[in-house]
Design a protein around this ligand. Structure first.
Ligand code: SF4
Ligand code: SF4
Length: 358
């Protein structure tokens, strides 16, 4: 259960700060470890040097106690937490950390590739988290293996594990990153039927945002992107369709402009904590030493007063990334994605606040 009083209190503080021009984060994203067992080309954790990643885990991953200290700091500001990777379930203390977040009343969305869920006590896990976001880009073996860089055996393991979530009644939905490898199932809409068959009760989608540190593009060509968007919009209108957690405007803007539109990037609304406890200001694309702050050493207030946040006021570098487009929308819209149900809670319990944070 989400603690409504805590949520309303923190949102009230956030909107008061905002009214006096002071920006502070409201959502926490914890990148729990430098290790991931997958090889996704769109993600830095997909690096094939897993030995190197394990070295980073040993030398840079935060300890259990350090993560707890960061959770404590961040929970004074944020209404919700998202834990992601590397692969968060690969940490031996994963359950202890999730349990700790629960004890300090931080609701949790877990983003996972689902490949290790069979090693976890799911009945225990569901006591401490609100949702699992299953990163299932494709429901077909071949494109899945291509986008995720894994074998057919891993695909089978993931689909079996997703079914375990249904068996254990763990609330979950699917998230797909659309690349040039998995467009067809969105154009013919079979992704949705197959996701439903795998037990998903909602789906979130984003086009891939190409990385600036590699020399390849995974984005489909513009004609195919348009076809995907048109088909998704058509699917949304069908009676009995699976709920989509990203509003039609995202797809409409891509059809009309070839990219999303937003006035000002909302990346400052989230605190993205890296596996070593650092925060990059304003975001991962500006990764240079002067933009990196340690949340172990500094407070959220100190980091959010940093001058580099000004970069985000004019930067529009993220063209199609769903989470950045979302964070650039009013908080109520933002809440509908990773924090399902939160928008409704705020609207019911405090209509004036719902207006203030819109
Ligand atoms: S599974 Fe997730 S964290 Fe791991 S490489 Fe792929 S996108 Fe990155
Ligand atoms: S739009 Fe610019 S500031 Fe915002 S997340 Fe993207 S790169 Fe960072």
């Amino acid at each position: 259960m989400v603690d409504t009083i805590r949520t309303i209190k923190l949102l009230g503080k956030w909107s008061t700060n905002r009214a006096i021009g002071r920006r502070r984060p409201i959502i926490a994203v914890f990148s729990m470890t430098h290790y991931c067992n997958f090889y996704c080309p769109m993600c830095p954790f997909g690096d094939s040097d897993k030995e190197g990643q394990m070295k980073l885990v040993r030398s840079r991953d935060l300890t259990t106690e350090q993560w707890k200290a960061i959770f404590d700091k961040v929970s004074k500001h944020c209404v919700w937490s998202i834990i992601e990777g590397g692969e968060p379930t690969s940490r031996p203390d994963f359950m202890e950390l999730v349990k700790y977040l629960h004890s300090i009343k931080m609701p949790v969305t877990l983003i996972t590739n689902c490949s290790l869920l069979h090693t976890i006590d799911l009945d225990e896990l569901k006591k401490y988290i609100q949702f699992i976001t299953c990163s299932v880009d494709s429901t077909y073996e071949e494109p899945y293996c291509k986008v995720r860089g894994v074998t057919p055996q891993v695909f089978k393991r993931v689909t079996d594990n997703v079914r375990l979530l249904t068996d254990h009644k763990v609330p979950h939905y699917f998230n797909s990153v659309i690349t040039k490898y998995n467009t067809q199932e969105f154009i013919d809409q079979t992704y949705f039927d197959r996701a439903r068959e795998l037990g998903a009760n909602a789906v979130s989608l984003t086009f891939v945002e190409d990385r600036s540190d590699v020399n390849y593009s995974l984005l489909p060509d513009s004609k195919t992107m348009k076809e995907v968007c048109e088909s998704v919009l058509d699917y949304m209108k069908k009676p009995g369709s699976l709920p989509l957690m990203i509003p039609p405007e995202y797809f409409q803007q891509i059809i009309e402009h070839g990219q999303t539109l937003f006035d000002e990037c909302g990346v400052w609304k989230s605190v993205f904590v890296n596996g070593n406890g650092t925060v990059m200001v304003p975001c991962w694309k500006f990764n240079s030493p002067e933009n990196v702050y340690s949340l172990l050493e500094k407070s959220v207030d100190e980091i959010w007063d940093a001058p580099q946040w000004d970069i985000a006021r004019t930067c529009h570098d993220c063209k199609v990334l769903g989470c950045i487009w979302y964070s650039s929308q009013p908080v109520i819209t933002f809440a509908k994605n990773y924090m399902r149900g939160l928008g409704r809670i705020i609207g019911q319990k405090s209509p004036e606040l719902a207006e203030a944070v819109s």
